[in-house]
Ligand binder design. Structure first.
Ligand code: B1M
Length: 216
């Protein structure tokens, strides 16, 4: 039953069919399926397939855009349920979250934000394509515990390094922890830029954020 539903979810993204994706997300909520499972085992499978086809030249930008739109629509439909299921309501810490400058990929970053806020963090999601100076200004303004930086392009990962260097210059490096993520981010990169935390996915990001504020 779930396998069939997951398959349909993946297909709705491959087809770039936002209406179908939303209907399937609603069906998942109505049947009590774990919303994160619907994302990781259903919708993400489809977006990964489109990404692979795009890399091989078998799919083109419009398909990528439509898959992205359908994915976004599915995730927003599931978001309220994810929030509802968040059990921990105490405030664990403040996280300023952004996709770095030059990068407009928002789905993974938003998913990380939803999971963090459902787990008890206060999340200031600044959106996508956010310049380093704005990220740091926001972190100072809200007295952030963690800055979370998403990058999906090999060309924009370098901005994660820039934020860390700028925090260092401003004497904030010890006070504010930096967590990074995004498909091209590797452990080697994390070590090289001396980030405090890294996770491959949204669930892992919650665990790392808890460790960073000493709540794990
Ligand atoms: Co783009 N894109 N894209 N894209 N896109 C990729 C990333 C790419 C790998 C596709 C490919 O070629 N196979 C490739 C990057 C190649 C590279 O640099 N190595 C690529 C490219 C080339 C581009 C353009 C340059 C295409 C062009 O214009 N010629 C362009 C760039 C625009 C820009 O940013 N300046 C572009 C544009 C787009 C769309 C706008 C069309 C759309 C995004 C829509 C949107 O976000 N609103 C899009 C999409 C959809 C993708 C793919 C297919 C899917 C990304 C996604 O949403 N994944 C992607 C291929 C792929 O990754 N399979 C691709 C689902 C999401 C849940 O996963 O974002 O990885 P992800 O997030 C995960 C983890 O990474 C992690 O947790 C999340 C949840 O599990 N994570 C964190 C993420 N951030 C984290 C932060 C953390 C911790 C964990 O702590 C803070």
């Amino acid at each position: 039953m779930s396998a069939d539903l997951f398959q349909k979810m993946a297909q709705s993204i491959i087809d770039g069919d936002s209406d179908a994706a939303v209907a399937l997300a609603q069906q998942a909520v109505a049947s009590g399926l774990d919303p994160l499972e619907a994302i990781t085992q259903g919708f993400v499978m489809g977006v990964n397939q489109v990404g692979e086809a795009f890399a091989k030249g078998d799919a083109f930008l419009p398909e990528l855009v439509m898959a992205g739109e359908a994915m976004k629509a599915a995730v927003s439909t599931l978001e309220p349920e994810m929030q509802k299921r968040g059990i921990q309501r105490t405030m664990l810490g403040k996280v300023v979250l952004a996709t770095v400058e030059g990068d407009i990929h928002e789905i993974g970053k938003s998913l990380v934000g939803t999971m963090l806020s459902a787990s008890g963090f206060q999340v200031f999601d600044m959106g996508v394509d956010v310049p380093t100076a704005r990220i740091i200004a926001k972190a100072k303004e809200v007295d952030a515990d963690i800055v979370g930086l998403s990058a999906l392009l090999t060309t924009t990962m370098v901005k994660q390094k820039e934020v860390i260097e700028e925090l260092d210059k401003q004497g904030l490096r010890k006070k504010i922890k930096v967590m990074v993520g995004g498909a091209p981010v590797t452990r080697d990169w994390v070590q090289k830029i001396e980030a405090d935390g890294y996770s491959e996915d949204a669930i892992g990001a919650v665990g790392i954020a808890k460790q960073l504020v000493g709540a794990a």
